[in-house]
Design a protein around this ligand. Structure first.
Ligand SMILES: Nc1ncnc2c1ncn2[C@@H]1O[C@H](COP(=O)(O)OP(=O)(O)O)[C@@H](O)[C@H]1O
Ligand SMILES: [Mg+2]
Length: 365
C-alpha cells in the first residue's frame, strides 16, 4: 500500500518498486488528487478526484493496476474505453479528459457525474412509475441513436443498470465503454462479452450488432417494471416469460415495446434506437389518458420535455465548461514547461559560452 505520496513522481518511483501498489486518498497522479473510491470492478477501481490547480474540477478516474489483476484483459478494456470516450462528445456520456500511463498503473480520466448507478438506486428501493421509466428509456434510446448511427456504429454490449448513472431528476448517463465493439467486427467477433440476463441470444455466440444493445435495453426495462433482475427471470423457449413479471399496471403499449425489444431473433426485434424513439412518441400519445387514470400522474409531457431540455443543456454546458477549464490548465502548464525548457536551454548556452571564454582567456595568459 502506498503511503500517500505527494507527487506523481513519488508515485511513479514507488509504483515500480512496490509489489502491489494501489491508490489511496490524497495520492496525486498527473494533475489530479484522489479523493475517494467510488466503485470496484473485477479489473479496475473507479475513483473520484480533483484537479490539483482547481478543486472545483471534479473527475472520475478508472485505475488499472497490472499488479492487482489475475490476467491482463482489463488492460485491453481500459484502452478500448479510453479510445471510445476520446471519440465521443455527446449528451449522456461522460467526457474524456486524459489517459495517464505510469506502468504498472494506468489511469483513464473522465468527467465526474454526480449520480449513483441505476443498480444502486434499484437496490435502495427505487421503483419508478411508468412515466419515469418511459423517460429513462427515451434518454437511453437518444444516446443509442448517437452511438449506433455513426459511420462506424459503436455497440456498447453491456447495457445494464450497473452501467447507467441516474440522478435525482432521473437524468441518465451511459458509462463503462470497455467492451464496446464496432460493427466492422461482426464477421470476426467470436468472444463472448456482456452480462448474463442482459445479453441477447446472438451475443452469447459473439455476434455484434446494434440489435444486441436494444435487447439489453429491453431487459433493463423489464427489470425496472418488475424489480426482478433479468438473469433471475424464467424463460419460455428463448424468450423471457414477461407475463410472469410484468403486472397489469404495466401499460399495454409499453409491455409490447419491451416484448419487441426482447425478441430473441434480431431480425424480428425492435432493433433500431430511432425506431424505438418514434414508437415511444406515437404509442405513448395514444395512451396518455390511460396512464393518468391508472397512476393519477399528470404526464404533462410538454413541460417535462422543456424541463429536461433545460437540465440537459445546463449539464452539457457544465461538462463543456469543465473540459475547457482542464484544457486551459493543460495549455498553461505546457506553456510553463516550454518556457522552462527555453530558460534551461538558454542557461546551458550561456554556460558553454562562459566556458569557452574562460578557456580563451586562460590560454591567452
Ligand atoms: N464518470 C463517472 N462519474 C461518476 N461515477 C462514475 C463514473 N463512471 C463510473 N462511475 C461509478 O463507478 C462505477 C464503476 O464504473 P464502470 O465504468 O462501470 O466500471 P467497471 O468496469 O468496474 O464496471 C459505476 O457503477 C459508477 O458508480
Ligand atoms: Mg460497469
Amino acid at each position: 500500500m502506498i503511503n500517500q505520496p505527494k507527487t506523481a513522481e513519488t508515485h511513479k518511483q514507488r509504483g515500480s518498486q512496490t509489489a502491489s501498489p494501489s491508490i489511496a486518498e490524497g495520492i496525486i497522479v498527473g494533475d489530479y488528487r484522489f479523493l475517494r473510491c467510488i466503485g470496484h470492478g473485477s479489473q479496475a477501481e473507479m475513483w473520484e478526484a480533483v484537479h490539483c490547480d482547481d478543486d472545483s474540477l471534479r473527475v472520475a478516474i478508472k485505475v488499472f493496476d497490472l499488479n492487482n489483476v489475475k490476467n491482463w484483459n482489463g488492460f485491453d478494456l481500459l484502452f478500448n474505453e479510453a479510445a471510445t470516450l476520446r471519440e465521443l462528445s455527446i449528451d449522456g456520456v461522460p467526457r474524456y479528459h486524459d489517459f495517464i500511463s505510469l506502468p504498472p498503473m494506468f489511469f483513464l480520466v473522465q468527467c465526474y457525474i454526480d449520480a449513483p448507478s441505476l443498480q444502486a438506486r434499484l437496490d435502495n428501493g427505487f421503483r419508478p412509475l411508468p412515466d419515469a421509466i418511459c423517460d429513462i428509456l427515451r434518454q437511453l434510446a437518444t444516446i443509442l441513436v448517437e452511438l449506433h448511427e455513426r459511420d462506424v456504429p459503436i455497440i456498447h454490449r453491456d447495457i445494464k443498470p450497473g452501467n447507467i448513472l441516474i440522478n435525482d431528476d432521473n437524468r441518465v448517463w451511459l458509462i463503462d465503454f470497455g467492451i464496446v465493439a464496432d460493427d466492422l467486427q461482426e464477421s470476426s467477433g467470436s468472444t463472448m462479452a456482456g452480462t448474463v440476463g442482459y445479453m441477447a441470444p446472438e451475443q452469447l455466440v459473439g455476434e455484434v450488432s446494434p440489435a444486441a444493445d436494444m435487447y439489453s435495453l429491453g431487459a433493463t426495462m423489464a427489470y425496472l417494471f418488475s424489480g426482478v433482475a433479468p438473469g433471475k427471470m424464467e424463460t419460455k423457449g428463448l424468450m423471457i416469460d414477461l407475463d410472469k413479471y410484468l403486472s397489469d399496471s404495466t401499460p399495454s403499449w409499453f409491455r409490447q415495446i419491451i416484448a419487441d425489444l426482447l425478441n430473441p431473433y434480431p431480425e424480428k426485434r425492435l432493433s433500431s434506437a430511432r425506431q424505438l424513439l418514434r414508437r415511444l412518441e406515437n404509442d405513448r400519445k395514444l395512451t396518455q389518458e390511460e396512464l393518468e387514470a391508472t397512476y393519477g400522474v399528470s404526464t404533462n409531457a410538454k413541460s417535462e420535455r422543456e424541463k429536461r431540455r433545460t437540465t440537459v443543456s445546463v449539464e452539457r454546458r457544465t461538462q463543456d465548461n469543465i473540459f475547457d477549464r482542464i484544457e486551459t490548465l493543460k495549455e498553461r502548464k505546457a506553456r510553463v514547461e516550454r518556457l522552462k525548457g527555453m530558460i534551461s536551454g538558454f542557461g546551458t548556452l550561456i554556460l558553454i559560452v562562459l566556458f569557452f571564454l574562460f578557456l580563451y582567456y586562460t590560454r591567452g595568459k
